[in-house]
Design a protein around this ligand. Structure first.
Ligand code: SF4
Length: 236
């Protein structure tokens, strides 16, 4: 029986960012990622040693059962996240979740384009800006977005250089028609109060920068609601 490396399944909770911000959802987090972003807030799902030690190998049926046990039978949205869920062959799970009446949102950085993305209701593609230390391949990004039947771009912004990069991407003819969501980037660590202060301060800055720049056309600017509420706590 084919199994998938699952780090955690949790919910119901709210989706904290992007097109579904505020939406009640369950989350399935898979282990493994082809990136190593400097500010990654889910390294426990990225570091190969940690993933090997902690990931549970579960079949699609076991994963779907767990979601239902958590109350997911009454909550349609399920988010597949990581790590990068696109490094896995999740077609069997996607088909099972769809059969069970779920709506699927996938969170990925856009480096890969597995065929099963096409069957998901939404693909939230989050290319990583320069502050991540990663180099985005725009052809790969384009392929991932084109594979999805509905996709949005969600870019975390940690400062001026990231914002400039997001603007260039937004102006690129390959990407300009995708809805653009800018998210306030936050570093891990610190008390909830200091994290909230940092988020609101950066949100204020980001909003003023974007509103003052007419080249940003149709854009949505949001803080990470879950981080504002719970900091970087896991499983919420
Ligand atoms: S792509 Fe996402 S999960 Fe992977 S290292 Fe970067 S922030 Fe972490």
């Amino acid at each position: 029986m084919y199994t998938h490396p699952v780090i955690e399944i949790f919910g119901p909770t709210i989706q904290g960012e992007g097109a579904l911000a505020g939406q009640k959802s369950h989350f399935i987090r898979f282990g493994g990622c082809d990136y190593r972003c400097t500010w990654c807030d889910s390294l426990y799902a990225v570091n190969p040693h940690t993933v090997k030690e902690t990931a549970q190998r579960l079949t699609a049926v076991q994963i779907e059962q767990k979601v239902v046990e958590l109350g997911g039978g009454d909550t349609p949205w399920v988010t597949l996240t990581g790590g990068n869920p696109c490094i896995h062959q999740l077609g069997d799970l996607v088909d099972l979740l769809l059969k069970g009446g779920h709506d699927i949102n996938v969170e990925t950085q856009g480096s890969l384009a597995p065929e099963w993305l096409e069957r998901c209701q939404l693909v939230t593609v989050s290319p990583k800006p320069p502050s991540s230390g990663m180099q985005v391949d725009l052809d790969d990004l384009n392929r991932c977005l084109a594979t999805a039947s509905r996709a949005i771009l969600k870019i975390p912004v940690f400062g001026v250089v990231d914002l400039q990069w997001a603007k260039l991407l937004h102006q690129d003819k390959r990407f300009k028609d995708y809805p653009l969501y800018l998210t306030v980037g936050t570093e891990s660590g610190g008390s909830l109060l200091s994290i909230s202060d940092q988020i609101l301060h950066r949100y204020d800055w980001l909003v003023s920068q974007v509103l003052g720049d007419p080249t940003f056309g149709n854009v949505n600017i949001l803080p990470q609601l879950h981080v504002l509420l719970w900091g970087h706590k896991r499983g919420v």
